[in-house]
Design a protein around this ligand. Structure first.
Ligand SMILES: Nc1ncnc2c1ncn2[C@@H]1O[C@H](COP(=O)(O)OP(=O)(O)OP(=O)(O)O)[C@@H](O)[C@H]1O
Length: 259
């Protein structure tokens, strides 16, 4: 199915079950070109499951996922070519060094990688001196930079990042935000999951809050605050007299800690 819809990703009526457990129920949202879109939700809400279904890594029971105008089930290769996915560190062969990993993935995506281009990439991610280090020997921030380069090496229109800044120091986190914004400036899009309200406010153009496998709100971070700032529950959870996105999030998803 080819569509001329304005979005780069459209998810509709997505249901994901693990056995009898309904992890994702009727989830729907879309991501526009040149947009950074955040998926937020408490632990176990269904964010990673949703991302994994979009990436084609897990089967879903029903629903539609359209990537770059094509149904991801009907045209999985087209969908994958349009997407860049951040891999887990366990996806990298432990015996390969940074340079070899970049060469390997450039080869997989059919991207020519001359010595100059490779050097340019390493310079850009400040890893010239670590080119011969194995992935596991890199710091968390360095690993994150390599993962993002690999996810974007084929210049995909949509980049999917699952909690990309968890564990990063403020400097690395800022740099990653700037890299996401550079993707947006090209007119490409980022879909990320995060637990950080600060991150959502700093970089997300729009966000969806997912709870118990269902989308309970979609809007810009500021619009969510403005819409709910007078809700009694939001006022009740607020601290120091200031209403924040986190207050709105906790009021909407409840104060109970998830398993
Ligand atoms: N392979 C699986 N088998 C069974 N249950 C699973 C599986 N993967 C996830 N789940 C369950 O599905 C629900 C949604 O999990 P998911 O990882 O998508 O949530 P999440 O929002 O990404 O959570 P977190 O913020 O903790 O990463 C959870 O209850 C989880 O325990």
């Amino acid at each position: 199915m080819i569509t001329d819809d304005p979005y780069i990703l459209k998810v509709e009526g997505l249901h994901i079950n693990y056995g009898n457990f309904k992890a994702v129920q009727n989830v729907g949202f879309d991501v526009l070109p040149g947009e950074i879109f955040g998926l937020l939700g408490p632990n176990g809400a269904g964010k990673t499951s949703t991302l994994s279904a979009i990436e084609g890594l897990i089967k879903f029971q029903s629903g539609t996922i359209i990537v770059d105008g094509q149904d991801a089930l009907e045209k999985p290769l087209h969908a994958r070519a349009a997407m860049g996915v951040q891999l887990q560190s366990t996806s990298f062969q432990p015996e390969l060094n940074v340079e070899q990993i970049l060469q390997l993935f450039a080869g997989i995506y059919g991207v020519p990688l001359s010595k100059e281009k490779l050097r340019g990439i390493l310079q850009d991610i400040q890893l010239e001196d670590a080119a011969h280090k194995k992935f596991g020997q890199l710091s968390g921030g360095q690993q994150q930079r390599v993962s993002l380069v690999i996810a974007t090496i084929h210049n995909p229109r949509l980049v999917l990042l699952d909690e990309p800044t968890t564990g990063l120091d403020p400097q690395s986190r800022r740099q990653l935000w700037e890299r996401m914004e550079a993707i947006r400036e090209k007119g490409h899009s980022v879909l990320l999951t995060t637990h950080s309200m600060e991150e959502a406010e700093a970089v997300c153009d729009r966000m969806a809050i997912i709870d118990h496998g269902q989308v309970i709100a979609i809007d810009t971070p500021q619009a969510l605050i403005d819409k709910h700032r007078h809700d009694p529950e939001v006022i009740a959870v607020s601290r120091r007299g200031k209403i924040t996105l986190e207050d709105v999030f906790i009021a909407l998803t409840g104060r109970a800690v998830r398993a």
